[in-house]
Design a protein. Structure first.
Length: 322
């Protein structure tokens, strides 16, 4: 009898990764390709089809059979594998993405929001296993959130639950791409941290980051400067931590969840923003809410979304257009 495999796909704005994943959450083969959605959806699907067929072939050579594929994609995902809206990959808006890929590779395909795929990966095979209810957070271009309640992924009535990055922390604050102002991600994402430093530069504060050219300033460079004791760099992380703590205090009071899991690159700078986060959390949430809420780092790293998407395909009635 051949072993089972599932394809997990992590669709990002710049790159797309696809992998073979075992039912136990092990990644056994990985492929990468540029997303290049500006070349059109059809050409993207053709390239993804080739990658998936290559993985199916790879599984066969190992004596394994691929049963289904799961994909995590940025945006609001509706019933039946439909992308309702994807602000950064607008070519996907209104497209039945799961069915379109399923037709091409003759496999059932399921579709999840990318942050939800990460949360589900950590819930099934990572740091989330120790919690019954937790929120998974990623701090990248934006702030992504995925909510697992009582062991179930909470997608909400319209598929847009967990959008923590767009919870308001400053009523008249920085404008956000969502149309609102003062959203968490304008302060706590990698982009927001760089923005905080730029504001200080404009205000004339002294920092070693002043000598960096525009494109050289990244949250990693800010983190390095903060660890060397640069006060402007450190205050950008402290501000991010405070804002995260404010939002998590509200979430703790509302849901009394038992965990917060920082996923991907975010967990690497937890030492910089964690203390301010915890101080704010303790100041604003009920003791019974924050005392029971453990803060952890994800254990699956960059593979969390792939593992989560594959596991979702394993346990869901997948969609295929006939
Ligand atoms: Zn927003």
């Amino acid at each position: 009898m051949s072993s089972k495999r599932f394809i997990g796909i992590d669709l990002g704005g710049t790159n797309c990764r696809a992998a073979l994943v075992s039912p136990q959450g092990q990644v056994t083969a990985m492929r990468r390709m540029p997303t290049a959605m500006d070349q059109g959806l059809d050409r993207f699907l053709l390239r993804l089809e080739r990658v998936c067929l290559d993985l199916i072939d790879c599984a066969r050579k190992d004596g394994c059979r691929v049963l289904a594929a799961g994909m995590g994609a940025p945006g609001v995902i509706g019933e039946g594998g439909l992308v309702k809206v994807s602000p950064n990959l607008s070519q996907l808006n209104g497209q039945p993405l799961a069915g379109l890929l399923g037709q091409r590779i003759s496999l059932p395909v399921t579709l999840l929001n990318d942050a939800n795929a990460i949360a589900w990966g950590e819930a099934r095979h990572g740091a989330g296993r120790q919690f019954s209810s937790f929120i998974a957070l990623t701090l990248g271009t934006g702030v992504g959130g995925g909510l697992v309640l009582d062991g179930r992924l909470w997608e909400g009535s319209g598929g847009s639950a967990g959008e923590v990055g767009h919870i308001m922390v400053e009523p008249e604050g920085r404008p956000c791409g969502c149309g609102s102002r003062g959203c968490l991600e304008q302060y706590a994402s990698a982009t927001g941290i760089v923005l905080s430093v730029r504001e200080e530069l404009v205000a004339g504060r002294a920092t070693e980051l002043a000598r960096l050219e525009g494109g050289q300033m990244t949250s990693d460079r800010v983190a390095q400067a903060a660890r060397r004791g640069d006060s402007v760099a450190l205050s950008a992380f402290v501000q991010a931590g405070r804002r995260l703590g404010q939002v998590l205090a509200g979430i703790a009071n509302l849901l009394n969840i038992d965990g917060v899991v920082f996923c991907g690159g975010a967990s690497g700078s937890l030492d910089l923003f964690g203390p301010a986060l915890k101080a704010e959390l303790q100041r604003r949430a009920f003791a019974s809410a924050w005392q029971g809420m453990q803060i952890a780092s994800g254990t699956l790293g960059e593979d969390a979304g792939i593992v989560g998407a594959a596991d979702w395909a394993l346990r869901r009635d997948a969609v295929i257009l006939s």
